[in-house]
Design a binder for this molecule. Structure first.
Ligand SMILES: [Zn+2]
Length: 337
């Protein structure tokens, strides 16, 4: 059944969605498409092969997306849309805004030139205390170690062993994505503790010659902001998921302190927030409501003004596999596939 779905039904749905999805019509109520990007890398970059496919968009794909967005929508800064909406002013019938999560160095290297070339506005959600440091996200550490053959060493830790012991010796990117998905049952603190115990830095050095920096510097972030094209929002202090695994004090720290750090460093107000991994509990949501004008999740969907939840806005996640052609991109914008 799954194979049939893949071979026949999916392409038919993509074709239908690209032509008659909600993006192709003007509805009664204004709508907002929020597009979610993570990493922007050309496939000749060595970082491309070490990332989960679901995180990657090539610069030429981003460029095509922006052209397509400009043709089909009012492409505008997310903050401007929020401002209009909250002031009770009219918003475009079909608005679209670009968001980048985390603050990856490659966003500065590869996305920023594309944004500039097309005068395209965007919002970047930065991990406040990790910008300008040698921080690595745990999924990337795991990916580098597994793809470079350090499976045996990962098996030495009981928490990791359960997830990697059945992998073949030559681990694929899809297998890595599976491991990451299942490991999310554990807290970020526990996963990092396990990686510390097996000495991940030394292992990365030994197997892969180290890891290239994940995040951009403060100067790079400031340069993007000062271009006038990129607004900065908060993506917490440390990128821990905002679940019951965190104490109320930790939730406050992630949500409130990250705003302070960014505002002090960037000398401007920070009013937008993005939940890491799209996770939040009731307290996290209420703190975000108190301190930010709007926030975004990772739930897929198109936001409608007649049913707007400004602190749980939905987005359309983009990666190359689902959006590398105009037809695929349009189908993705339908919110159906
Ligand atoms: Zn993130």
């Amino acid at each position: 059944m799954k194979a049939v779905l893949k071979q026949f039904i999916k392409p038919a749905l993509v074709s239908l969605a690209s032509r008659v999805g909600p993006h192709a019509r003007t509805g009664k109520h204004p709508r907002l498409w929020l597009l979610m990007y993570h990493r922007i890398l050309p496939n000749h970059d060595e970082r491309y092969g070490q990332e989960e496919p679901g995180m990657l968009v090539r610069p030429e794909t981003l460029e095509m997306h922006i052209q397509e967005m400009k043709r089909q929508f009012d492409l505008m800064p997310f903050a401007e849309w929020v401002g209009l909406s909250q002031a009770g002013l009219p918003v475009p019938k079909r608005a679209c805004a670009i968001t980048f999560d985390d603050g990856w160095l490659d966003n500065y290297e590869y996305a920023f030139p594309v944004l500039r070339a097309h005068s395209a506005p965007a919002t970047l959600f930065a991990v406040a205390e990790k910008i300008g440091t040698d921080f690595q996200f745990w999924p990337n550490i795991l990916a580098v170690l597994l793809l470079h053959g350090a499976k045996k060493e990962l098996e030495l830790h009981p928490l990791l062993q359960a997830y990697v012991q059945n992998l073949t010796d030559k681990v694929t990117a899809d297998q890595v994505a599976e491991v990451i998905k299942h490991l999310k049952d554990h807290s970020d603190v526990d996963i990092f503790a396990a990686l510390e115990q097996i000495g991940w830095r030394d292992l990365c050095e030994k197997y892969a010659g180290g890891m290239s920096p994940a995040l951009m510097s403060w100067d790079q972030l400031r340069e993007m902001q000062q271009s006038g094209l990129v607004d900065i929002g908060s993506h917490t202090c440390t990128h821990r998921r905002l679940t019951d695994a965190l104490s109320p004090a930790e939730l406050e720290y992630e949500i409130i302190h990250s705003k302070d750090v960014l505002e002090r460093r960037l000398q401007s107000s920070v009013d937008l927030f993005c939940f890491p991994n799209g996770d939040y509990n009731d307290l996290a949501l209420s703190l975000v409501k108190q301190h930010y004008r709007a926030s975004v999740t990772t739930q897929r969907g198109i936001n409608r003004t007649d049913n707007l939840n400004i602190h749980e806005l939905t987005r359309i996640g983009l990666h190359d596999e689902v959006s590398s052609s105009r037809r695929l991109f349009r189908a993705r914008l339908s919110g159906w596939v």
